[in-house]
Design a protein around this ligand. Structure first.
Ligand code: NZQ
Ligand code: ZN
Length: 392
Protein backbone atom coordinates (compact mmCIF):
# COMPACT_ATOMS: atom_id res chain seq x y z
CA UNK A 1 0.00 0.00 0.00
CA UNK A 2 1.72 3.15 -1.24
CA UNK A 3 -0.05 6.41 -1.81
CA UNK A 4 -0.09 10.19 -1.81
CA UNK A 5 -3.02 12.06 -0.35
CA UNK A 6 -4.00 15.56 -1.41
CA UNK A 7 -7.24 17.41 -0.96
CA UNK A 8 -7.10 21.21 -0.97
CA UNK A 9 -10.85 21.88 -0.54
CA UNK A 10 -11.72 23.84 2.58
CA UNK A 11 -14.73 22.17 4.18
CA UNK A 12 -17.20 24.21 6.20
CA UNK A 13 -19.73 21.79 7.62
CA UNK A 14 -22.35 23.52 9.69
CA UNK A 15 -26.12 23.79 9.90
CA UNK A 16 -27.28 27.24 8.93
CA UNK A 17 -24.03 28.05 7.13
CA UNK A 18 -25.78 29.13 3.90
CA UNK A 19 -25.95 32.64 5.33
CA UNK A 20 -22.14 32.74 5.27
CA UNK A 21 -21.98 32.19 1.50
CA UNK A 22 -21.18 35.82 0.69
CA UNK A 23 -18.52 36.17 3.37
CA UNK A 24 -16.89 32.88 2.28
CA UNK A 25 -17.01 33.74 -1.43
CA UNK A 26 -15.82 37.32 -1.46
CA UNK A 27 -12.12 36.45 -1.17
CA UNK A 28 -12.35 34.67 -4.54
CA UNK A 29 -14.09 37.27 -6.65
CA UNK A 30 -16.69 39.97 -7.15
CA UNK A 31 -18.78 38.48 -9.97
CA UNK A 32 -20.14 35.01 -9.43
CA UNK A 33 -21.84 32.61 -11.80
CA UNK A 34 -24.50 30.91 -9.69
CA UNK A 35 -25.23 27.47 -11.15
CA UNK A 36 -28.45 25.64 -10.21
CA UNK A 37 -30.57 22.69 -11.33
CA UNK A 38 -34.16 22.27 -12.41
CA UNK A 39 -35.74 24.53 -9.82
CA UNK A 40 -35.73 22.84 -6.39
CA UNK A 41 -33.63 25.65 -4.89
CA UNK A 42 -36.03 28.24 -6.25
CA UNK A 43 -39.09 26.46 -4.90
CA UNK A 44 -37.69 26.07 -1.39
CA UNK A 45 -36.25 29.59 -1.05
CA UNK A 46 -32.59 28.53 -0.91
CA UNK A 47 -31.75 30.39 -4.13
CA UNK A 48 -33.05 33.72 -2.80
CA UNK A 49 -31.17 33.27 0.46
CA UNK A 50 -27.94 32.49 -1.42
CA UNK A 51 -28.31 35.54 -3.68
CA UNK A 52 -29.08 37.78 -0.67
CA UNK A 53 -25.94 36.62 1.12
CA UNK A 54 -23.79 37.14 -1.99
CA UNK A 55 -25.18 40.60 -2.71
CA UNK A 56 -24.73 41.63 0.87
CA UNK A 57 -21.04 40.82 0.49
CA UNK A 58 -20.89 42.99 -2.64
CA UNK A 59 -20.81 40.10 -5.12
CA UNK A 60 -22.72 40.53 -8.39
CA UNK A 61 -24.58 37.40 -9.48
CA UNK A 62 -25.04 35.99 -12.99
CA UNK A 63 -27.18 32.91 -13.31
CA UNK A 64 -27.00 29.57 -15.08
CA UNK A 65 -30.06 27.57 -14.12
CA UNK A 66 -31.53 24.38 -15.56
CA UNK A 67 -28.66 21.94 -15.10
CA UNK A 68 -30.32 18.58 -15.63
CA UNK A 69 -29.75 15.39 -13.60
CA UNK A 70 -27.03 13.57 -15.60
CA UNK A 71 -25.79 17.00 -16.71
CA UNK A 72 -25.35 17.56 -20.43
CA UNK A 73 -22.30 18.90 -22.19
CA UNK A 74 -24.59 21.39 -23.96
CA UNK A 75 -25.43 22.89 -20.55
CA UNK A 76 -21.74 23.04 -19.65
CA UNK A 77 -21.06 24.94 -22.88
CA UNK A 78 -23.94 27.33 -22.14
CA UNK A 79 -22.71 28.00 -18.59
CA UNK A 80 -19.13 28.56 -19.72
CA UNK A 81 -20.41 31.09 -22.27
CA UNK A 82 -22.40 32.98 -19.62
CA UNK A 83 -19.37 33.07 -17.31
CA UNK A 84 -17.24 34.57 -20.10
CA UNK A 85 -19.86 37.04 -21.31
CA UNK A 86 -20.59 38.24 -17.79
CA UNK A 87 -16.92 38.46 -16.79
CA UNK A 88 -17.35 36.09 -13.86
CA UNK A 89 -14.33 35.39 -11.70
CA UNK A 90 -15.89 32.70 -9.54
CA UNK A 91 -18.46 29.91 -9.88
CA UNK A 92 -20.89 28.81 -7.17
CA UNK A 93 -22.65 25.47 -7.52
CA UNK A 94 -25.89 25.34 -5.56
CA UNK A 95 -27.47 21.92 -6.03
CA UNK A 96 -26.83 18.21 -6.22
CA UNK A 97 -23.95 16.34 -7.84
CA UNK A 98 -25.18 17.21 -11.31
CA UNK A 99 -25.01 20.94 -10.64
CA UNK A 100 -21.62 20.67 -8.94
CA UNK A 101 -20.15 18.56 -11.75
CA UNK A 102 -21.42 20.88 -14.46
CA UNK A 103 -20.06 23.90 -12.56
CA UNK A 104 -16.60 22.32 -12.27
CA UNK A 105 -16.33 21.72 -15.99
CA UNK A 106 -17.66 25.22 -16.76
CA UNK A 107 -14.88 26.53 -14.51
CA UNK A 108 -12.21 24.63 -16.44
CA UNK A 109 -13.77 25.52 -19.79
CA UNK A 110 -13.15 29.17 -18.94
CA UNK A 111 -9.46 28.68 -19.69
CA UNK A 112 -9.83 26.34 -22.63
CA UNK A 113 -10.55 27.47 -26.15
CA UNK A 114 -11.60 24.06 -27.43
CA UNK A 115 -14.79 22.12 -26.70
CA UNK A 116 -15.15 21.12 -23.01
CA UNK A 117 -16.21 17.63 -24.17
CA UNK A 118 -12.50 17.13 -25.00
CA UNK A 119 -11.89 16.96 -21.23
CA UNK A 120 -14.28 14.06 -20.70
CA UNK A 121 -12.70 10.64 -20.93
CA UNK A 122 -14.64 8.91 -23.69
CA UNK A 123 -12.23 6.60 -25.39
CA UNK A 124 -10.32 9.25 -27.34
CA UNK A 125 -6.56 8.58 -27.34
CA UNK A 126 -5.65 11.62 -25.27
CA UNK A 127 -8.35 13.54 -23.39
CA UNK A 128 -7.48 17.17 -22.69
CA UNK A 129 -6.54 17.32 -19.01
CA UNK A 130 -7.44 20.75 -17.63
CA UNK A 131 -4.81 22.41 -15.45
CA UNK A 132 -6.58 25.66 -14.65
CA UNK A 133 -10.11 26.57 -13.61
CA UNK A 134 -12.05 29.44 -12.10
CA UNK A 135 -12.46 29.00 -8.34
CA UNK A 136 -15.54 26.87 -7.57
CA UNK A 137 -17.51 26.98 -4.32
CA UNK A 138 -19.84 24.03 -3.84
CA UNK A 139 -23.03 24.28 -1.80
CA UNK A 140 -24.55 20.80 -1.95
CA UNK A 141 -28.30 20.35 -1.51
CA UNK A 142 -28.31 16.54 -1.71
CA UNK A 143 -26.12 13.96 0.04
CA UNK A 144 -24.79 11.48 -2.49
CA UNK A 145 -21.86 12.07 -4.81
CA UNK A 146 -19.26 13.77 -2.62
CA UNK A 147 -18.55 16.02 -5.61
CA UNK A 148 -18.42 18.98 -3.21
CA UNK A 149 -14.98 17.88 -2.02
CA UNK A 150 -13.42 15.91 -4.84
CA UNK A 151 -11.75 16.50 -8.18
CA UNK A 152 -14.18 14.57 -10.35
CA UNK A 153 -17.05 15.50 -12.62
CA UNK A 154 -19.34 13.31 -14.71
CA UNK A 155 -20.93 14.71 -17.86
CA UNK A 156 -23.29 13.24 -20.47
CA UNK A 157 -23.38 13.74 -24.21
CA UNK A 158 -26.88 13.14 -25.53
CA UNK A 159 -25.80 13.17 -29.16
CA UNK A 160 -23.31 10.35 -28.77
CA UNK A 161 -25.07 8.47 -25.92
CA UNK A 162 -21.99 8.77 -23.71
CA UNK A 163 -21.59 9.58 -20.05
CA UNK A 164 -18.15 9.76 -18.55
CA UNK A 165 -15.80 11.55 -16.21
CA UNK A 166 -12.93 13.98 -15.91
CA UNK A 167 -10.59 14.07 -12.94
CA UNK A 168 -8.12 16.90 -12.52
CA UNK A 169 -6.58 18.68 -9.55
CA UNK A 170 -7.79 22.07 -10.76
CA UNK A 171 -11.36 20.80 -10.32
CA UNK A 172 -11.14 20.56 -6.55
CA UNK A 173 -13.56 23.20 -5.26
CA UNK A 174 -11.79 25.91 -3.26
CA UNK A 175 -14.46 25.63 -0.57
CA UNK A 176 -17.34 23.29 0.15
CA UNK A 177 -19.97 25.11 2.17
CA UNK A 178 -22.04 22.26 3.55
CA UNK A 179 -25.28 23.14 5.29
CA UNK A 180 -27.22 19.93 6.07
CA UNK A 181 -30.43 21.94 6.43
CA UNK A 182 -30.43 22.29 2.64
CA UNK A 183 -31.00 18.54 2.29
CA UNK A 184 -34.21 18.52 4.36
CA UNK A 185 -36.34 18.99 1.24
CA UNK A 186 -34.82 16.06 -0.68
CA UNK A 187 -37.68 13.63 -1.43
CA UNK A 188 -37.62 10.07 -0.17
CA UNK A 189 -36.65 8.42 -3.47
CA UNK A 190 -33.68 10.72 -4.05
CA UNK A 191 -32.64 10.23 -0.42
CA UNK A 192 -32.58 6.46 -0.97
CA UNK A 193 -30.67 6.73 -4.26
CA UNK A 194 -28.15 8.97 -2.49
CA UNK A 195 -27.69 6.36 0.23
CA UNK A 196 -27.02 3.73 -2.42
CA UNK A 197 -24.49 6.00 -4.14
CA UNK A 198 -22.63 6.65 -0.87
CA UNK A 199 -22.43 2.95 -0.01
CA UNK A 200 -21.37 2.07 -3.54
CA UNK A 201 -18.50 4.60 -3.51
CA UNK A 202 -17.23 2.79 -0.47
CA UNK A 203 -17.79 -0.76 -1.72
CA UNK A 204 -16.06 -0.06 -5.04
CA UNK A 205 -12.80 0.76 -3.26
CA UNK A 206 -13.34 -1.91 -0.61
CA UNK A 207 -13.79 -4.77 -3.08
CA UNK A 208 -11.63 -3.63 -6.00
CA UNK A 209 -8.68 -2.27 -4.04
CA UNK A 210 -5.35 -3.83 -3.16
CA UNK A 211 -4.95 -6.28 -0.28
CA UNK A 212 -3.71 -5.16 3.12
CA UNK A 213 -5.71 -1.99 3.86
CA UNK A 214 -7.07 -2.66 7.37
CA UNK A 215 -7.49 1.01 8.27
CA UNK A 216 -9.40 1.77 5.07
CA UNK A 217 -11.51 -1.36 5.57
CA UNK A 218 -12.64 -0.12 8.96
CA UNK A 219 -13.23 3.40 7.62
CA UNK A 220 -15.31 1.87 4.85
CA UNK A 221 -17.32 -0.39 7.13
CA UNK A 222 -17.92 2.49 9.57
CA UNK A 223 -19.10 4.70 6.73
CA UNK A 224 -21.48 2.02 5.44
CA UNK A 225 -22.92 1.25 8.89
CA UNK A 226 -23.37 4.93 9.66
CA UNK A 227 -25.07 5.53 6.32
CA UNK A 228 -27.46 2.63 6.91
CA UNK A 229 -28.24 3.70 10.47
CA UNK A 230 -28.80 7.40 9.87
CA UNK A 231 -30.14 6.87 6.36
CA UNK A 232 -32.97 4.86 7.91
CA UNK A 233 -33.81 7.82 10.15
CA UNK A 234 -33.62 10.32 7.30
CA UNK A 235 -35.95 8.14 5.25
CA UNK A 236 -38.42 7.77 8.11
CA UNK A 237 -38.42 11.49 8.84
CA UNK A 238 -36.93 13.81 6.24
CA UNK A 239 -36.90 16.64 8.80
CA UNK A 240 -34.52 14.77 11.11
CA UNK A 241 -31.62 17.20 10.82
CA UNK A 242 -29.15 15.11 12.78
CA UNK A 243 -29.78 12.14 10.49
CA UNK A 244 -29.47 14.33 7.40
CA UNK A 245 -26.17 15.73 8.72
CA UNK A 246 -24.65 12.32 9.45
CA UNK A 247 -25.60 11.00 6.03
CA UNK A 248 -24.15 14.08 4.38
CA UNK A 249 -20.86 13.76 6.23
CA UNK A 250 -20.73 10.11 5.21
CA UNK A 251 -21.31 11.13 1.58
CA UNK A 252 -18.34 13.48 1.73
CA UNK A 253 -15.82 11.10 3.28
CA UNK A 254 -16.98 8.29 1.00
CA UNK A 255 -15.47 10.02 -2.01
CA UNK A 256 -13.05 12.73 -0.91
CA UNK A 257 -10.12 10.36 -1.18
CA UNK A 258 -9.81 9.63 2.54
CA UNK A 259 -11.71 6.37 3.02
CA UNK A 260 -10.23 4.87 -0.14
CA UNK A 261 -6.70 6.31 0.19
CA UNK A 262 -4.21 3.80 -1.16
CA UNK A 263 -6.77 1.24 -2.25
CA UNK A 264 -6.07 2.03 -5.87
CA UNK A 265 -8.88 0.07 -7.44
CA UNK A 266 -11.15 0.53 -10.42
CA UNK A 267 -14.80 1.58 -10.17
CA UNK A 268 -16.40 -1.07 -12.43
CA UNK A 269 -19.93 -0.74 -11.01
CA UNK A 270 -19.86 2.99 -11.73
CA UNK A 271 -18.53 2.51 -15.23
CA UNK A 272 -21.31 0.06 -16.10
CA UNK A 273 -23.96 2.29 -14.51
CA UNK A 274 -22.75 5.32 -16.45
CA UNK A 275 -23.45 3.45 -19.68
CA UNK A 276 -27.00 2.66 -18.54
CA UNK A 277 -27.48 6.33 -17.63
CA UNK A 278 -26.09 7.41 -21.00
CA UNK A 279 -28.68 5.33 -22.85
CA UNK A 280 -31.67 5.61 -20.55
CA UNK A 281 -31.12 8.74 -18.42
CA UNK A 282 -31.26 6.56 -15.31
CA UNK A 283 -30.90 8.23 -11.90
CA UNK A 284 -27.33 7.41 -10.88
CA UNK A 285 -28.02 5.88 -7.44
CA UNK A 286 -30.93 3.83 -8.79
CA UNK A 287 -28.75 2.40 -11.56
CA UNK A 288 -26.07 1.51 -9.01
CA UNK A 289 -28.63 -0.37 -6.90
CA UNK A 290 -29.24 -2.63 -9.87
CA UNK A 291 -25.63 -3.12 -10.93
CA UNK A 292 -23.83 -3.34 -7.59
CA UNK A 293 -25.39 -6.50 -6.09
CA UNK A 294 -25.16 -8.24 -9.48
CA UNK A 295 -21.50 -7.26 -9.78
CA UNK A 296 -20.89 -8.43 -6.20
CA UNK A 297 -22.31 -11.88 -6.95
CA UNK A 298 -19.97 -12.16 -9.91
CA UNK A 299 -16.90 -10.85 -8.08
CA UNK A 300 -17.46 -12.83 -4.87
CA UNK A 301 -16.48 -16.04 -6.65
CA UNK A 302 -13.07 -14.52 -7.38
CA UNK A 303 -12.39 -13.05 -3.96
CA UNK A 304 -14.80 -14.66 -1.46
CA UNK A 305 -12.81 -13.73 1.64
CA UNK A 306 -13.41 -10.00 1.21
CA UNK A 307 -17.13 -10.62 0.74
CA UNK A 308 -17.21 -12.80 3.85
CA UNK A 309 -15.63 -9.92 5.75
CA UNK A 310 -18.37 -7.62 4.40
CA UNK A 311 -21.09 -10.12 5.41
CA UNK A 312 -19.65 -10.49 8.88
CA UNK A 313 -18.89 -6.89 9.67
CA UNK A 314 -21.89 -5.24 8.02
CA UNK A 315 -24.62 -7.82 8.53
CA UNK A 316 -23.27 -9.74 11.54
CA UNK A 317 -23.16 -13.08 9.71
CA UNK A 318 -20.62 -15.79 10.52
CA UNK A 319 -18.78 -17.64 7.77
CA UNK A 320 -17.70 -21.23 8.49
CA UNK A 321 -14.35 -20.35 6.90
CA UNK A 322 -12.74 -17.07 5.87
CA UNK A 323 -13.56 -17.81 2.23
CA UNK A 324 -16.98 -19.40 2.73
CA UNK A 325 -18.88 -18.53 -0.48
CA UNK A 326 -22.32 -19.22 1.01
CA UNK A 327 -21.70 -16.62 3.68
CA UNK A 328 -20.39 -14.17 1.08
CA UNK A 329 -23.51 -14.66 -1.05
CA UNK A 330 -25.82 -14.34 1.95
CA UNK A 331 -24.20 -10.98 2.78
CA UNK A 332 -24.80 -9.80 -0.79
CA UNK A 333 -28.42 -10.97 -0.60
CA UNK A 334 -28.91 -9.01 2.62
CA UNK A 335 -27.42 -5.95 0.95
CA UNK A 336 -29.71 -6.29 -2.04
CA UNK A 337 -32.74 -6.80 0.22
CA UNK A 338 -31.74 -3.70 2.16
CA UNK A 339 -31.54 -1.61 -1.01
CA UNK A 340 -34.94 -2.83 -2.09
CA UNK A 341 -36.41 -2.13 1.34
CA UNK A 342 -35.46 1.54 1.13
CA UNK A 343 -37.08 1.90 -2.29
CA UNK A 344 -34.23 1.28 -4.72
CA UNK A 345 -34.76 -0.85 -7.82
CA UNK A 346 -32.54 -3.94 -7.97
CA UNK A 347 -33.44 -5.29 -11.42
CA UNK A 348 -33.00 -3.75 -14.88
CA UNK A 349 -36.70 -4.36 -15.51
CA UNK A 350 -37.51 -2.01 -12.62
CA UNK A 351 -35.60 0.67 -14.54
CA UNK A 352 -37.72 -0.26 -17.59
CA UNK A 353 -34.62 -1.55 -19.38
CA UNK A 354 -34.86 -4.86 -21.25
CA UNK A 355 -31.95 -6.99 -22.43
CA UNK A 356 -31.94 -6.12 -26.14
CA UNK A 357 -28.96 -3.74 -25.90
CA UNK A 358 -26.91 -5.58 -23.29
CA UNK A 359 -24.08 -6.40 -25.68
CA UNK A 360 -23.87 -2.76 -26.69
CA UNK A 361 -23.77 -1.58 -23.05
CA UNK A 362 -20.82 -3.90 -22.46
CA UNK A 363 -18.99 -2.75 -25.59
CA UNK A 364 -19.59 0.91 -24.85
CA UNK A 365 -18.39 0.58 -21.27
CA UNK A 366 -15.17 -1.02 -22.50
CA UNK A 367 -14.73 1.56 -25.24
CA UNK A 368 -14.65 4.30 -22.64
CA UNK A 369 -12.28 2.55 -20.25
CA UNK A 370 -10.21 -0.61 -20.49
CA UNK A 371 -6.86 -1.97 -19.39
CA UNK A 372 -4.14 -3.16 -21.74
CA UNK A 373 -5.92 -6.49 -22.15
CA UNK A 374 -9.14 -4.77 -23.18
CA UNK A 375 -10.90 -5.50 -19.85
CA UNK A 376 -12.74 -3.19 -17.47
CA UNK A 377 -10.34 -2.52 -14.55
CA UNK A 378 -11.36 -3.98 -11.19
CA UNK A 379 -11.11 -7.20 -9.21
CA UNK A 380 -11.59 -9.22 -11.29
CA UNK A 381 -11.03 -7.32 -14.55
CA UNK A 382 -14.18 -7.75 -16.64
CA UNK A 383 -14.42 -8.80 -20.26
CA UNK A 384 -17.40 -7.83 -22.42
CA UNK A 385 -19.10 -11.16 -21.78
CA UNK A 386 -18.52 -10.78 -18.02
CA UNK A 387 -20.29 -7.41 -18.12
CA UNK A 388 -23.14 -8.96 -20.10
CA UNK A 389 -23.42 -11.77 -17.58
CA UNK A 390 -23.61 -9.26 -14.71
CA UNK A 391 -26.31 -7.26 -16.48
CA UNK A 392 -28.35 -10.37 -17.26
O1 NZQ B 1 -32.46 19.83 -10.40
P1 NZQ B 1 -33.17 20.16 -9.15
O2 NZQ B 1 -34.47 20.85 -9.36
O3 NZQ B 1 -32.30 20.85 -8.16
O4 NZQ B 1 -33.64 18.75 -8.49
C1 NZQ B 1 -32.72 17.73 -8.18
C2 NZQ B 1 -32.78 16.55 -9.15
O5 NZQ B 1 -34.06 16.42 -9.70
C3 NZQ B 1 -33.16 17.10 -6.89
N1 NZQ B 1 -32.68 17.81 -5.70
C4 NZQ B 1 -31.41 18.14 -5.39
N2 NZQ B 1 -31.38 18.76 -4.20
C5 NZQ B 1 -32.66 18.84 -3.77
C6 NZQ B 1 -33.48 18.24 -4.73
N3 NZQ B 1 -34.84 18.18 -4.58
C7 NZQ B 1 -35.37 18.71 -3.48
N4 NZQ B 1 -34.62 19.29 -2.50
C8 NZQ B 1 -33.28 19.38 -2.61
N5 NZQ B 1 -32.55 19.93 -1.61
O6 NZQ B 1 -32.60 15.80 -6.92
C9 NZQ B 1 -32.54 15.36 -8.27
C10 NZQ B 1 -31.21 14.70 -8.52
O7 NZQ B 1 -30.17 15.66 -8.46
P2 NZQ B 1 -28.70 15.28 -8.95
O8 NZQ B 1 -27.83 16.45 -8.73
O9 NZQ B 1 -28.76 14.72 -10.33
O10 NZQ B 1 -28.33 14.08 -7.96
P3 NZQ B 1 -26.96 13.58 -7.40
O11 NZQ B 1 -26.43 14.47 -6.35
O12 NZQ B 1 -27.16 12.17 -7.06
O13 NZQ B 1 -25.93 13.69 -8.65
C11 NZQ B 1 -25.91 12.71 -9.65
C12 NZQ B 1 -24.87 13.04 -10.70
O14 NZQ B 1 -23.54 13.02 -10.16
C13 NZQ B 1 -22.72 12.08 -10.88
C14 NZQ B 1 -23.73 11.07 -11.36
O15 NZQ B 1 -23.23 10.26 -12.38
C15 NZQ B 1 -24.87 11.96 -11.80
O16 NZQ B 1 -24.61 12.53 -13.05
N6 NZQ B 1 -21.64 11.59 -10.03
C16 NZQ B 1 -20.65 12.44 -9.70
C17 NZQ B 1 -19.56 12.07 -8.95
C18 NZQ B 1 -18.48 13.00 -8.60
N7 NZQ B 1 -18.44 14.18 -9.15
O17 NZQ B 1 -17.62 12.68 -7.82
C19 NZQ B 1 -19.40 10.69 -8.48
C20 NZQ B 1 -20.66 9.91 -8.53
O18 NZQ B 1 -20.32 8.56 -8.49
C21 NZQ B 1 -21.55 10.19 -9.69
O19 NZQ B 1 -21.14 9.47 -10.83
ZN1 ZN C 1 -21.60 7.36 -7.58
Amino acid sequence: MNFEYYNPTRLIFSSGSLKRLGEVSVQYGKRALLVTGGGSVKRNGVFDRAVASLEQAGIAVAECSGVEPNPRITTVRRGARIARDEGCDLIIALGGGSVMDAAKVMAAAHYYNGDPWDMIYHGQPKPYLPTRALPVITVPTLAATGSEMNMGAVISNEETCEKSFVQAECLYPVTALVDPELTISVPQDQTAYGICDIITHVTEAYFNGVDGTPVQDRFAEGTILTTIQYGQRALADGNDLEARAQVQWASIVALNGWVNAGTNGGFPVHMIEHTLSAYHDVTHGAGLAVVNPAWMRFAARHRPEKFVQFAERIFGLRGKDADNLDCALEGIKRFETYLHSIGCPTRLSELKIDDTLITRYAQDTLRIIHDKHGNLPGRPPLSGSDIEQILR
